[in-house]
Design a protein. Structure first.
Length: 571
């Protein structure tokens, strides 16, 4: 037996060896690529001081800091300090009557938000320090809307730090509570309650106290918040004693407004009791003995809430929790299993975890009539569509019915993108046809847009034809940038402090922004060639940003399938 087993074992090892070697080679190549990306970012960090525009310096430094934090934390923190200086300088605009000054202020506020979101992933306390250090002056002539956004940023920060910095989250939540009621407080409680029961309970008590101090009869917002809070956070999420205290608050409010005695609908005070009826209904549901004298004002709770509590929780967990957290809700709400599995499937798709999404689809009971829809959607998104000769002929017939060349090229590129790796040969053939069409489009924005789209799909299919297209576009883009810079201030603003603004207006800025967002496709096709190509941008600030985005494209991992696809032929 042993003699037979040994040759079999050797055969298995020999068979698996090439797979193991290929995996090692792939890992080594990926590690080398990432090191190149980090080296490029370090080099770009050294060039930040040459930039004239505080906006560009802050944008580039913030991006680099967020990307190299795990690789070189010391350097990342140094860059954040520089970003703080530039953002504070950019926010020192006292008069906002001039439209350009207002737009500049908005740019720096967005930079501030982006930077905080990058820092909080690594150091929540530093993120809050940065938030405080870059606060707007109380004398700033901002609109109420802008001030509300400032408060929203702070409470969003609390939600992000809740998992790892509970005391900080509690501090920010209480600060927000002092300004008034917000549904985000309920979300922060849920996040704290997952791992930090002590801080969650402390926040719950503070909220109950605030509810008790509010005029629930007149304050619609406070009443609605109290109603939602009481129906979505119930034992065992909170202990019985604290939940009972909230119900007691409702009882005291109802009694104080005379709702514990019989009265006619036109009697003074009846209107107030009618307003409090949703809270009285909650009392009746959770503590019937306390609601006996309030029975007159109880209403059918089927019409009390615009959305039933389970849906609140499913959406909260899908937003802030993991896929497993969402699926776990099926045990709590078995009557919603279909909806819960669909939401978990969507979350997996949103996260780019298509393997998990497919697993959820396969394991979904066919009785929910969702499995086929899930699998069909995944096949489409992942490029698992197949095109036989009949479908290809149908596609060509459809193209013949379309007059606009640009639309024909877009459809061909979309189908090629949809085919994915399953049929690369056909995909490249369709891309070549689209490329010939794109070359005949009248020179201008439409042609450049079509050629850029084709270049991305080519690169996604690992064809160097994509980079060749981009190589031919760079000189054109340089010409357009130079011409636009000369027109700065005549038609619109392209420059800020003498440099190209990455948030500028117009079609050209849109094109450059699209290139930045999709740099990962070019980087993954041939990183060295893409970096070399980006170095041919004549304006240093555009070159630096282009190379920065290429490096980030590598560090972000393999790019997701392109978001556009053609669905008309998929019956």
């Amino acid at each position: 037996m042993r003699k037979k087993f040994l040759p079999l074992l050797i055969l298995i090892v020999v068979a698996l060896c090439p797979v193991y070697v290929r995996a090692q080679q792939k890992d080594a190549a990926e590690a080398e690529l990432r090191e190149k990306a980090y080296s490029l970012l370090e080099s770009l960090a050294g060039q930040i001081g040459t930039m004239q525009s505080s906006e560009n310096r802050a944008r580039v430094a913030s991006n680099i800091a967020g990307s190299i934090w795990t690789h070189n934390e010391t350097r990342a923190r140094e860059l954040i300090a520089l970003v703080q200086q530039d953002i504070n300088a950019g926010l020192q605009i006292s008069e906002l009557e001039d439209r350009e000054d207002f737009e500049t202020l908005m740019v720096f506020l967005r930079l501030r938000t982006d930077t905080i979101n990058r820092i909080v992933k690594h150091d929540p306390e530093l993120a809050y320090e940065f938030f405080k250090a870059t606060e707007l002056s109380p004398d700033s002539k901002l609109s109420e809307y802008a001030k509300a956004n400032e408060h929203a940023l702070e409470i969003e920060l609390a939600k992000q730090v809740a998992a790892n910095s509970p005391e900080l989250a509690l501090q920010i939540a209480r600060k927000s509570l002092a300004r008034g009621f917000s549904d985000d407080l309920r979300k922060i409680f849920r996040q704290l309650n997952r791992k930090h029961k002590e801080q969650a309970t402390a926040l719950y008590k503070s909220i109950v106290q605030k509810i008790g101090e509010a005029d629930l009869k007149k304050d619609w917002n406070a009443r609605y918040f109290a109603q939602t809070f009481a129906t979505t956070i119930t034992p065992p999420q909170i202990d019985e004693a604290n939940f009972s205290e909230l119900i007691n608050v409702f009882v005291r409010v109802a009694n104080a407004n005379g709702c514990n005695r019989k009265m006619s609908q036109d009697e003074e005070g009846a209107e107030g009791c009618s307003a409090l009826s949703p809270l009285i209904t909650i009392i009746a549901k959770f503590n019937p003995s306390r609601a006996v004298k309030l029975e007159q004002w109880k209403i059918d709770d089927r019409y009390t809430y615009w959305q039933s509590p389970p849906y609140f929780e499913v959406e909260d967990v899908a937003t802030d929790g993991s896929i497993d957290d969402v699926l776990a809700l099926s045990a709590k709400y078995p009557h919603m299993e279909g909806e819960i599995r669909w939401r978990a499937f969507r979350k997996a798709e949103e996260d780019g975890n298509f393997e998990r999404a497919r697993k959820i689809a396969v394991e979904t009971d066919s009785k929910f009539d969702q499995q086929k829809r899930m699998l069909a959607e995944l096949d489409s998104v992942q490029g698992q569509t197949t095109f036989d000769d009949e479908k290809l002929a149908e596609l060509q017939k459809r193209l013949g019915e379309i007059k606009r060349t640009e639309e024909q090229a877009i459809i061909l590129a979309s189908v090629a993108n949809q085919l994915g790796e399953k049929d690369r040969k056909t995909a490249i053939k369709l891309l070549n046809q689209a490329s010939q069409l794109a070359d005949t489009i009248k020179p201008g924005r439409e042609q450049i847009g079509a050629q850029m789209g084709l270049a991305m799909v080519y690169c996604y299919h690992k064809s160097d034809r994509g980079l060749a297209i981009m190589q031919s576009l760079v000189p054109k883009l340089n010409e357009l940038v130079e011409a636009s810079a000369k027109l700065d201030g005549i038609e619109r603003r392209y420059l800020r402090d003498g440099e190209w603004s990455m948030t500028g207006e117009g079609s050209l800025s849109t094109i450059l922004t699209a290139l930045a967002h999709n740099a990962g496709y070019f980087a993954r096709c041939d990183f060295d060639r893409a970096v070399s190509m980006a170095s041919q941008f004549e304006r240093p600030e555009i070159r630096i940003m282009a190379q920065l985005k290429l490096a980030q494209g590598i560090l972000a991992g393999p790019p997701k399938p392109l978001p556009f696809r053609y669905v008309e032929l998929q019956h």
